[in-house]
Design a protein around this ligand. Sequence first.
Ligand code: HEM
Length: 296
Amino acid sequence: MKIYQGGILQPIPGQAIYITCNLRRAIELERAIEVLQNFDTDNIVIGIGQSFLDRFDRSIPGLKTMPEFASSHIKLTSTPSDLWIWLRSDDRGDLYHHSRRVINRLSPAFEITGSVEAFRYAEGRDLTGYEDGTENPDGEAAVKAAICSSEDLAVNGSSFVAVQRWQHDLDTFDTFPAEKQDYMIGRRRSDNEELDDAPASAHVKRTAQESFDPQAFLLRRSMPWSQELRAGLMFVAFGKSFNAFEAQINRMLGNEDDVIDALFQFSRVLSGAYYWCPPVSQGQLNLSAIGHKPEL
Ligand code: HEM
């Protein structure tokens, strides 16, 4: 029996919508929980923010508000919300109808604060043309990296997700010669080969998961987004805690050795937040970790 939200482990879909919501004023916890319990957890991944828990004086060990990560040159915004929803489909029309139904069901307890549409590019590339996800852990290793294992059944099977919306300046990126672009990423776009002689600022040198102590494995499920002429990557990384993400983002910012990730030369963070993705029991979200406090 599956104890985690199925969409976390599945490959990225062809189409997606990310929705952020806040609790309505004066809504009761029982009502919010009732609304969240009606979802099919294969086509939708749901995350709960710290501000949701604060409202009802609850906590989940390991969940917190995303800090405003910064170095001397760069500051990354943190834009928390109460609820995050990743709707997944391979058909644009089905996705639209699904999102309409989900929003209607959420509406008694939540108001929508934002939505972003995303898509798979070719076999899973970022809009710069580079394959994204190559070094993701797979199979059992993916479960180990992304899913919490605990004797407490209320958190066993849950996951922590870091979400960051990056906007690329692709006109600037296009001005760099192809070889420089490869060295910025640390892989060759044409055949995805890793470049051993890439500089320390190359993105895959910054984030090489085995190079951290302890090793910092993440399950990345990012997807490109575009809106009118703006575009970029919705970076989405699941972990059994936020530790691996924090080690990586700090190194990308140069906080370890003053070397800043080359990605910052053409991309910037528009929004970012942390969420806890509850476990699943019999196909429904298991929200017992935030349910009623037992009577004393
Ligand atoms: C503009 C945003 C980003 C873009 C376009 C991007 C793109 C890429 C690409 C093309 C790769 C190489 C292929 C692969 O292994 O997936 C990669 C690897 C990776 N990225 Fe990113 N990435 C972005 C942001 C981030 C952030 C914010 C983090 C974590 C804080 C991150 C963590 C990683 C990790 C862990 C790897 C694999 C490194 C390894 O073990 O070899 N990325 N990324």
